[in-house]
Ligand binder design. Structure first.
Ligand code: PBG
Length: 327
C-alpha cells in the first residue's frame, strides 16, 4: 500500500494538526427568551435547562454570556395575550418588551451584538408571522409592517434585525426603510431558507405562539415557509434576499438541512448562519435524559457537522453547554 489514511489518525496530536473544522465561542449566536415580570427565570418545559428571563435576570445572563466569550444574542419576546391582535400593533410600541430588552442588553454590555427576531407571530392573536385576511397571510401589507418593526428595533439599539417571516420582498422593504431613516449600519440577517418544519414545536411552547386552530385561519405556515422537499428553491430564495440587501443569510432548521447549507455556502458571498432549532435541542436533551445518547459527545458532533457543512455562525440553544465543554 502506498497510501494509508490511518497515518494521520494515530494520535490526538496528529489528528488535531490535520483537523479541518474547529469550534470556538465566536461561532455562536445565543437565542434568548424574554418575558414580563421581575426575578423571572422559568424553565421551558420542552427545553430542559433553557429559560425565559425577565429584564432584571436578563442582565445577569448577559454578563455571564459575555464573560464566557459569547458575543451575540438573538432576542425573542413572550407577549401577554391581551396585547396580541391581528396586526401586531404592540410590536411597534417604543416601550414594548422587545424594545426594553434591546436597551437592557446594550446598557448591561454595550459591545454585545444584539439581534432581534422580526415577525408577527408572538404578537399575533392567530400565531401567524403576518397579517391574516380572508384566510390568507397577506404579503405586501405585512412587509410594510415588518419594515416598521425592524426600524423600531433599530431605534431601540439593535445591531442586526432578523426577519423570520418568509414574506416575499420583506428584505427590500426593510432595507429601504432603514436607509431612509438613517440606519445605514443596522444589519439584516435574513431567515432566507426557512422551512415549514415540525422542529419548531418547543419554541412555540416557549413563546405561546403556535398557530391557532380556528375556522378560516390557516393551521400551519406552509403557505409562506418552504416545503422541506425542496432544495433548488432554497438557493433561489437566498440569492433573492442577498440582492434585496441581506447582510447575512440563514438556513433553518439545522441538522436535517445540511445539504442546503452546503449548497448555499458554495454559491453565496455573504456569511451563512444556521439555526439549530428548538426541536433539535429537545430531541437530544430527551434522549440524554434517558441515558440513550451521550449528551456532550452528540452535541459536539452536531455542532461540528453544522460548521463542516458550511455554517459561518450557528444560532444554538447549546451555545453555553458547548463553550463550557471547550473550556
Ligand atoms: C418566528 C420564529 C420561529 C422560530 C424562530 N423565529 C417559529 C416559527 O417560525 O414558527 C423557531 C426557532 C426554534 O424552533 O428554535 N417566526
Amino acid at each position: 500500500m502506498l497510501k494509508r489514511n490511518r497515518r494521520l489518525r494515530k494520535s490526538e496530536a496528529i489528528r488535531s494538526l490535520v483537523r479541518e473544522t474547529s469550534i470556538s465561542p465566536n461561532d455562536f449566536i445565543v437565542p434568548l427568551f424574554v418575558v414580563e415580570g421581575k426575578g423571572v427565570e422559568e424553565e421551558i418545559a420542552s427545553m430542559p435547562n433553557y429559560y425565559r428571563y425577565s429584564l432584571d435576570t436578563l442582565k445577569t445572563e448577559i454578563k455571564e454570556l459575555w464573560a464566557m466569550g459569547l458575543k451575540s444574542v438573538l432576542l425573542f419576546v413572550k407577549v401577554p395575550y391581551n396585547l396580541k391582535d391581528n396586526e401586531g400593533k404592540e410590536a411597534l410600541n417604543p416601550d414594548g418588551l422587545m424594545q426594553k430588552a434591546i436597551k437592557t442588553v446594550k446598557d448591561t454590555c454595550p459591545e454585545m451584538i444584539v439581534m432581534t427576531d422580526v415577525a408577527l407571530d408572538p404578537y399575533s392573536q392567530y400565531g401567524h408571522d403576518g397579517i391574516v385576511a380572508k384566510g390568507e397571510i397577506i404579503n405586501d401589507p405585512t412587509n410594510s409592517f415588518l419594515a416598521k418593526m425592524g426600524l423600531s428595533h433599530a431605534q431601540a439599539g439593535a445591531d442586526i434585525v432578523a426577519p423570520s417571516d418568509m414574506m416575499d420582498g420583506r428584505i427590500l422593504a426593510m432595507r429601504t426603510l432603514l436607509e431612509d431613516e438613517g440606519f445605514h449600519n443596522t444589519g439584516i440577517m435574513s431567515y432566507s431558507a426557512k422551512y415549514a418544519s415540525a422542529f419548531y414545536g418547543p419554541f412555540r411552547d416557549a413563546l405561546d405562539s403556535a398557530p391557532v386552530d380556528l375556522q378560516d385561519i390557516p393551521k400551519d405556515k406552509t403557505t409562506y415557509q418552504m416545503d422541506p422537499a425542496n432544495r433548488n428553491e432554497a438557493v433561489k430564495e437566498t440569492l433573492m434576499d442577498i440582492a434585496e440587501g441581506a447582510d447575512i443569510v440563514m438556513v433553518k432548521p439545522g441538522l436535517c438541512y445540511l445539504d442546503i447549507v452546503r449548497d448555499i455556502s458554495n454559491v453565496v458571498d455573504v456569511p451563512v448562519a444556521v439555526y439549530q432549532v428548538s426541536g433539535e435541542y429537545a430531541m437530544l436533551k430527551a434522549a440524554a435524559e434517558r441515558g440513550w445518547l451521550d449528551h456532550d459527545a452528540v452535541m459536539m458532533e452536531q455542532i461540528l457537522s453544522i460548521k463542516r457543512a458550511g455554517a459561518t455562525m450557528i444560532a444554538s440553544y447549546f451555545a453555553k453547554d458547548v463553550v463550557k465543554l471547550l473550556n
